[in-house]
Design a protein around this ligand. Structure first.
Ligand SMILES: [Mn+2]
Length: 451
């Protein structure tokens, strides 16, 4: 007789080695079989081996027969691998129990998850970028500086490495980004003469956001999703999702390092613009030491911070300042000063002679009001031909505005989020305002909310 511990150890060893032996055994009589458990007798002379066979009763019968016939070989291998003096007699028992079935489901899930992981992360994305010869690089509609900057940086670097690259955007590039090196390369979606080997989407949390680029993606062998939105829908065949990154530009810089591609002035400028955009000029809470370290590298590689900042934020047309003036006129405050919002009705755009894109960033004005935690901007828009309101939300210290946006079918980051809500301007202002006030009333959860 031996101790329970030794019995357990032998059973565990048997289970492991038998699984390995069965995998190596290329016997046509033995189907897809998994060992679901092993019981060893106290004298270690007998072992009941529970097996589950994938397939119908006939496959199972054939497999059981195959196992019995291979008994001699299998026992020999077990003796050798486990260094036993005498291998136990093996009794093969088909396993149909529910508990074992659950274990099989778990095994299958583990295999699937391992497969998923192989297509996830920086190295996985780098593998695809290294292998593909032709690329389609796309950003979402109304792209911001992070989307355009990170897309240009990656595309231009790949091009320098001898790849073919096309840049796509539905609806054009905003004026304040049109100066970026290579920005004129962006084309509207149109039929492709050549199917790209890989399509790469940057800073795009949801495939619905690319507009008419969407059908073109189906032609690519691989769709790569590089993003930092916590609400990313995990689309694509390979993805690298990094919510801790301040900007996708940070991820692209790391990717270029991984690929061994050197920075030049154009790539550095595009990346600096990307990171500066998403950190509000390195002022927001997402600015980490690593962010500034990366920015320093970009400056050494030729990015000019003052010039980039001026072109991003300080070369505004007269229409923009006129729109700003009208927008500030609409400022309202509630929740004891913790919530401030502005409205941009269609008439305000028309009166100022401003384009849609000039609304971008105006939400930051109510955010700067002393005592404000949440700021919102409500812009009159339309959704499938019906009246709707585009809502931009920002928070200063603790409130998760992505949660507010999610209530209305939107998403984003904890400090910057948005949604498009069907309905008239006044009604949406009221409904979203109510949601914001509820979240404010709930207060910050315990500690460490500054992020
Ligand atoms: Mn971004």
């Amino acid at each position: 007789m031996v101790s329970k511990t030794r019995m357990g150890r032998v059973a565990g060893g048997l289970e492991r080695e038998l699984s390995a032996i069965l995998r190596e055994l290329k016997d046509p009589r033995i189907g897809f079989v998994s060992i679901t458990g092993v019981e060893v007798s106290p004298d270690l002379r007998h072992a009941r081996v529970f097996v589950s066979v994938l397939g119908g009763p006939e496959t199972e019968a054939a497999t059981m027969e195959g196992l019995r016939r291979s008994q001699g070989y299998i026992r020999g291998e077990v003796t050798r691998r486990l260094r036993l003096r005498l291998a136990p007699e093996l009794e093969w028992v088909p396993d149909h129990s529910i508990e074992r079935g659950v274990r099989i489901a778990k095994l299958i899930r583990d295999v699937r998850e391992a497969e998923e992981r192989a297509h996830e992360g920086k190295e996985a994305v780098a593998r695809v970028l290294r292998a593909a010869r032709s690329f389609l690089i796309a950003v979402h509609v109304r792209p911001d500086g992070d989307a355009v900057g990170s897309a240009l940086a990656l595309g231009l670097a790949l091009e320098r490495a001898g790849r073919r690259v096309r840049f796509l955007v539905d609806g054009g590039i905003p004026r304040n980004l049109a100066w970026l090196p290579g920005a004129d390369r962006f084309e509207p979606p149109a039929a492709l003469d050549e199917a790209p080997e890989a399509a790469v989407l940057l800073d795009c949390g949801d495939l619905e956001r690319v507009g008419q680029v969407r059908p073109l993606l189906d032609q690519a062998q691989e769709v790569v999703n590089i993003d930092h939105h916590p609400s990313n829908t995990r689309f694509g065949s390979t993805r690298w999702l990094e919510p801790s990154a301040a900007a996708v530009g940070e991820q692209v810089l790391d990717l270029l390092d991984e690929l061994g591609l050197e920075l030049d002035e154009r790539v550095a400028t595009a990346l600096f613009a990307s990171i500066a955009s998403d950190t509000g000029g390195f002022r927001y809470a997402n600015t980490r030491a690593e962010t500034l370290e990366r920015a320093a590298r970009l400056v050494r590689a030729g990015a000019k911070p003052a010039e980039i900042s001026r072109r991003l934020w300080e070369e505004r047309p007269l229409s923009s300042l006129r729109l700003l003036s009208r927008t500030l006129e609409s400022l309202e405050v509630a929740a004891g000063g913790a919530y401030a919002w502005v409205r941009v009705p269609r008439a305000a755009l028309e009166a100022a002679g401003a384009a849609e894109e000039e609304v971008e960033g105006l939400v930051n004005y109510p955010r700067t009001l002393q005592g404000v935690e949440v700021a919102a901007l409500f812009q009159e828009a339309s959704l499938e031909g019906r009246p709707a309101v585009r809502v931009s939300l920002r928070s200063n210290r603790w409130l998760d505005v992505a949660r507010v946006a999610a209530r209305f079918g939107g998403g984003g980051h904890a400090r910057a989020a948005g949604c498009t809500v069907p309905g008239a301007l006044d009604e949406v202002v009221r409904r979203v305002g109510q949601a914001v006030e509820e979240e404010l009333a709930a207060g910050p959860e315990s500690g460490g909310e500054e992020a």
